[in-house]
Design a binder for this molecule. Sequence first.
Ligand SMILES: Nc1ncnc2c1ncn2[C@@H]1O[C@H](COP(=O)(O)OP(=O)(O)OP(=O)(O)O)[C@@H](O)[C@H]1O
Length: 831
Amino acid sequence: MSSSKLSSSSYSSVYRSTPTSDNSTRLSAYGSRKYCRRTSSRASERSKSSFSSLPTRRPKTSASACVGGRDNHSFVVAMIEGRGVATEVGMCFIDLRTSECILSQIADSQTYVKTLHKLNLYNPVEIILSVTAIEPSKSKLCKILEDNMPMASIIPIGRKYFNDAIEEDSASLILGITSKFYCLAATGAILKYIESTQNIFFTNHSIKFKYQGCEGTMMIDCVTARNLELISNINNPRSNHSLYGVLNNTRTPMGARLLRTNTLQPLSDVTTINMRLDAVEELIRHEETFFAIQTALKPFQDIDHLITALIQVPKKPSVKHAEQSINNVIILKHTLKLINLLKESFTGVQNSLLDAIYSLLNDLRLEALEERINDVINEDITYVKSPLALRNQRCYAVRAGFNGLLDVARQTYKETVDDLNEMIDQYREQYQIPIKTQFSSTAGFYLSINIEQLEDKQLPLIFINVKKKRKTLTFTTLEVMKKNTKISDSLTEVYLMSDKTIEDLISEIRNDISVLYKASESIAMLDMLTSFAHQCTVSNYVRPEFTDTLAIKAGRNPMRESLYVDTFVPNDTYASSATNFQLITGPNMSGKSTYLRQIALMSIMSQIGSYVPAEYASFRIVDQLFTRICNDDNIESNASTFVVEMRETAYILQNVTDDSLVIIDELGRGTSTHDGLGITYAICEELLKTKAFIFFATHFHELTRSLTVYPNVVNLHLEVEIEEEDSRVAMKYLYRVKDGRNDEEHYGLKFGQIIGLPENVIRKATELKELIDSNKEKSTSNKIIQRRKTLLQLTQHLLQIRRSSNLDKEELRKYLKMVQEEFITKMEALF
Ligand SMILES: Nc1ncnc2c1ncn2[C@@H]1O[C@H](COP(=O)(O)OP(=O)(O)OP(=O)(O)O)[C@@H](O)[C@H]1O
């Protein structure tokens, strides 16, 4: 963003520079703070040069029409979607009257339901899209926008304006969304668009930015997703030891994608969550149906991928595209057959969500689609994995009779393949070696032999391009190569002649593409629910409830449990609005982090619709999940531990709500102990103003005493047993969460002894600790003496006042006030 900096705290001031009805029409409600009027011609020069590629097409309702409040709709939005099959849409809405920017990034389904819902909330007059979403062919998103947002004008602008260049000192609010590339890219584009077309200039630190997740979902910022290892493992990105990895028992790519999206964006609507849980329960109860569905799901190809391929129209026809189109139709035919088999597996289940899935799969339009495909494609054609078999399927896909020349080309193909096989038989006979025929989609036919079968004989010279692959020799002959070329030529003819018929069929399929989207979404949902049911049966999970309290009996950390099945120690958790702040202490390695993460992970699981690892679990719906967990290896941010800590905490304090869940695993470590303690205490007090459930692990034992003045603070600790014999110390970790604070506060020294720090170091450390303790005591007793003195002084003052009868009422009042203020200041300094 060239002239705009993202700022969470400052407000906008947006001014027109070119004369309009009012030269200085202020667009912002917050503009009085600071503003900038661009009077020079630089503004228009810059916008001209940077937007030379903007379209000249005028919108139906220009943004300028609503500027100044002449129209109720004052929103303009820029949108961009991610590449690939997974649908990730980034949006930035700007309210032209207040200059408030609302950023949103949504992981959506193929029908863009959530994106449309968001758009309907703001009802923008203009939708800015990248020109690549419109030309050469309209993207799925563009078509859906045209159909569903008829009142909005779609404005294409160059793809290059969608970039996420954010200046370095971006505020803490941005911390949570730095990896949300698409919404930041949309922000960059919309600001440049408005600057250029409206000739409006946004000053630095002047726009109010707000990030809004998707309605009806729990907001999880990217730092939290990373800290909790929701999708990938921090230490080993290749390992699938993450929450997603643990829960993923899906059988289809669509199911896996849906699970991934849900893990990052769980639901917050209890009715929908309960519907999912009912379905999972039904699947667990009907084991046979569950296994039948799981088996029926396995052979599905990626339907979303298929749909994307089906709706793409090539710029120019080509053999490659013709070949791919036949493939797509074969896969679609196969998919429709699999959907029928899947429907048959729905026996005996009675559940509203499963019924809804069934009826989407039972759509008559799917049957009609199948019939239409069968009119064109041979009945026995099906999808096969082997490249040679699939090539044959493609060749014979279109029924005979559509094109007379097609049958001739197929005959040529068949004869050439037969000739080639005959020729290879002759090689075997002539050279008396057991040659095998091989095929690869790139090289075509070639030959091979196991080296041992050559029996020390030399390979005859007719065989060329000899390569050795372990114990096998691969080779070919000139004749084989010639035949390959001939086969390839006849196949090209077959593909081109099939193309017209296939393209006609595909354009008919496109008319009913929505039914395929829905089928794909239902299969994804069914797959995810079956995956939850599977996980539940193999891991002994329980169905969660949703109430006002967080109550977990014998909860386990789903990720740790998967590694330490037998040894994991379960723990209870209880939090309500009367005990919403829980301080957790315990020595290093006692299990604090594991316990904190367990609470967050189980909350996420419950809101996806999964069962949870516990004996009983009740959750309060979480609208936002925040974590502050130490990751000393935060190299990316290039910031010190303390800076990262403070930035993350500021983000939490700015965004926490009464329904949030906050997990803080140590704070105030990156600075001096006193500063750290002070800051941590102040942060705790700030958090205590909310009703959010807060779980706070700390090594500052002072907090366990000072914060107990708040009735809603609960102290918990992780139990350990210390055995001391002679000079040997042993610590036994029990991993049990107990009420209250722990009596032993100097675990650090004990820990040092256990892990073998030299004896003299331990001795010195103990001496120093005792010295600091005694100094502390001294300064405490000094303060007590001082406080007494101040009290005595106050008594003397008051006695003096009583004795002096010459003061009038007003003078007495003033004097008393002065004494009072002085007393308060002195006493405050002594606490
Ligand atoms: N409930 C449990 N049951 C069994 N093992 C556990 C349990 N909780 C933790 N552990 C084990 O203890 C190890 C340390 O746990 P964790 O990192 O949570 O401790 P910690 O108190 O946060 O440590 P530190 O204060 O040093 O960060 C884990 O790697 C795990 O193997």
